[in-house]
Design a protein around this ligand. Structure first.
Ligand code: SER
Length: 634
């Protein structure tokens, strides 16, 4: 059996032998890509090359990429989800065929990892009538031929998620309509300009009759490769990155037919050990061992799905959450992201605070995070030696963060114990007084059978913010009462500015940050040069035109999918609640709109309430980021 470092190396060598250039992992913080907060897949740093730009190192690339998926935070606790993971990737930039790529991956699995091919299942794109994209019969046939080489007669079948699983005879190669990959998700929700394509996923079956886990909880369950129960583990995904979404919603073929393969390193390791629990591999076990010592509780792998797990904060789930979250925090810190209040930093803070809360549940009394830092450094000392090198600094800063919150947690939990019902007002109070992230309160409430709503929480928060701004705006020339209103106005102008920039410079423009006071608004976006005066005039003209048109501003609550399919702007990798609020500026929220964004804040009712604005300052902040300042014309 290969240890983690051997497996990573075996993979990279395998593809190097097939003339791939092996790239180093990039940082968890994407460079030059404002559309997303973290590197969430191996393809992300390669986006320009998948879109057609020639890569200086050629058309065959491979690497092991550090990834962080913030949207998976609440899924951690089952046998396989983690927020930090490594993705083993290989890419063909218009070079080799599907046949080559699938054949190599199958060979790697069966000859290098020595996986039993009878444990492998493949899923294939079922096609879309709406977008005129056919089912991927070619891929299904390639799989069938590969299995045949191993003397396995593999049936190709339609999605049978409704059937009772009857093993191999039910089908080994399965069509699913959901087999499509892009950073944003399904074809429908992809924004214009985004590349994507049909994919083919490989699953490892831990429940094969006669296997070690055959008598497990999976027996006789209605199950299939894409089922969430934990029996089948996705270990690799070949994306045929061949399409790009257009502004009119249709798809065109990219200049080059690319392949983007990504395999979960932790999961491949678990499959190679025939153990369905990634936390039982050497990538996590050393952390779990320390948690066992600190808590006196024994780690027992439970083969339950996340859904069952979230109802019951059992020790296994708590240990997995702590191990995952502390590891992710340490890896983020090594890439320069420390817990704080904004964007990326706030995710790091949420991870630490959630880990502390679960440690509290496990009965860990002492500070524990600093003790885990060298353990994590050791796990990665070959692949990412910088973690060990920076361990003292990382431990010191994380310990400070832990001390700050550990005390607040005690007090907050006491407060919760006293109230009869934990609602959004109380969640806001816990946030303000004790620094409880909303998600933490929501999780505690859920354990008590109460659902908290993020939108309600955000409304309380923005109301409170506007009030405190009014209180502190004594110097504002319009007087105290108007300061909050003015901030609301600038907030609506921010949406108009975002849209005007996209109209002038293209749909790829994304807001990177903003800041509003009663006297001006500040706006950051990725852009690598000064704006000409003609461009500034054009942008101002667009905004002031919309203000002059007195357009209605409509807030609507809807499902996240619906919002994205209507083209609402959002950060890709951010976890939004299922129900989001969307602000549309335009004569009709369903058509003829000027701007549409996911947003929890408050806005004016009509753009006619706004006064014409000017851009009064424009400067660079850091490399490739432009900052604009706007205020009302005097
Ligand atoms: N980009 C694809 C994924 O993340 C394959 O690398 O699954």
């Amino acid at each position: 059996m290969l240890n983690p470092d051997e497996l990573r190396l075996a993979y990279l060598n395998f593809f190097a032998k097939r003339r791939h250039v092996v790239l180093p992992s990039t940082s968890l913080v994407p460079e030059n890509d404002p559309t997303t907060l973290f590197t969430g897949s191996g393809m992300q740093p390669l986006l320009p090359y998948l879109l057609g730009q020639p890569h200086p190192l050629g058309t065959r690339l491979a690497n092991s990429q550090k990834c962080f998926r913030s949207q998976d935070i609440e899924d951690v606790g089952d046998n396989r989800h983690t927020t930090f993971f490594e993705m083993l990737g290989n890419w063909s930039l218009g070079d080799y065929s599907k046949q080559d790529q699938l054949g190599w991956f199958f060979e790697f699995l069966t000859s290098i990892l020595n996986l039993d091919p009878r444990r492998l299942y493949a899923t294939v794109y079922g096609g879309s009538a709406q977008f005129g994209i056919a089912r991927d019969a070619e891929t299904a046939q390639i799989w069938q031929a590969l299995f045949r080489q191993k003397n396995i007669t593999a049936q190709i079948v339609d999605d049978h998620s409704q059937d009772v699983w009857q093993g191999d005879s039910t089908g080994r190669i399965v069509y699913y309509d959901a087999n499509w990959w892009s950073r944003a998700g399904a074809p429908k929700v992809m924004p214009a300009g985004e590349p994507g394509g049909p994919d083919s996923e490989v699953f490892y079956d831990f429940g094969l009759e006669g296997g070690d886990h055959a008598q497990s909880v999976w027996q006789d369950q209605a199950c299939h490769p894409n089922c969430d129960c934990g029996r089948f583990l996705e270990i690799g995904n070949s994306v045929f990155m061949e399409y790009q979404k257009q502004a009119d919603g249709s798809f065109i073929k990219l200049p080059k037919q690319n392949i983007d393969f990504g395999g979960g390193f932790e999961r491949l390791l678990a499959a190679s050990e025939d153990n369905p629990d990634v936390f039982a591999t050497q990538l996590f076990l050393p952390i779990i061992k320390v948690l066992e010592q600190l808590s006196g509780v024994e780690y027992k792998p439970e083969l339950v799905s996340a859904d069952v797990g979230s109802q019951n904060p059992m020790p296994t789930r708590a240990m997995r959450i702590i191990a995952d979250h502390v590891k992710a925090t340490v890896m983020l810190a090594a890439d320069g992201v420390y817990p704080g209040n904004k964007d990326r930093e706030y995710f790091a803070r949420r991870l630490v605070r959630r880990a502390i809360r679960y440690a509290h549940q496990l009965g860990i009394k002492d500070h524990f995070i600093a003790k885990l830092v060298p353990v994590i450094g050791q796990i990665y000392h070959v692949a990412y030696p910088d973690v060990l090198q920076k361990q003292d600094q990382i431990a010191q800063i994380l310990e400070r963060e832990e001390k700050k919150f550990a005390l607040a947690l005690e007090r907050g939990l006491e407060q919760i114990a006293k109230v009869s019902k934990l609602d959004e007002e109380i969640a806001f109070d816990l946030y303000q007084t004790h620094g409880f992230p909303f998600e933490l309160s929501r999780e505690i409430a859920k354990e008590k059978g109460v659902e908290l709503n993020k939108i309600v929480f955000e409304q309380i928060r923005s109301k409170q913010r506007a009030e405190s701004r009014q209180k502190s705006a004594g110097v504002f020339k319009g007087g105290l009462a108007e300061a909050g209103e003015q901030a609301t106005k600038y907030h609506t102008v921010t949406h108009l500015l975002h849209q005007a920039l996209r109209q002038e410079f293209g749909e790829s423009i994304r807001q990177m940050g903003s800041n509003i006071t009663a006297e001006r608004l500040r706006f950051d976006f990725a852009f690598d040069r000064t704006l000409t005066s003609a461009e500034k005039a054009k942008i101002t003209q667009l905004i002031n035109g919309w203000i002059g048109a007195d357009l209605p501003v409509t807030g609507q609550n809807m499902s996240k999918e619906q919002a994205l399919s209507q083209g609402a702007l959002a950060f890709f990798n951010e976890k939004y609640p299922a129900e989001v609020s969307v602000f549309t500026i335009g004569t009709n929220p369903n058509k003829d709109w000027v701007s549409k964004e996911l947003c929890g804040g408050s806005h004016v009712k009509r753009t006619g309430e706004l006064k014409p604005v000017v851009i009064f300052k424009d400067k660079a902040v850091g490399v490739g980021v432009r900052r604009l300042y706007l205020r009302e014309q005097s």
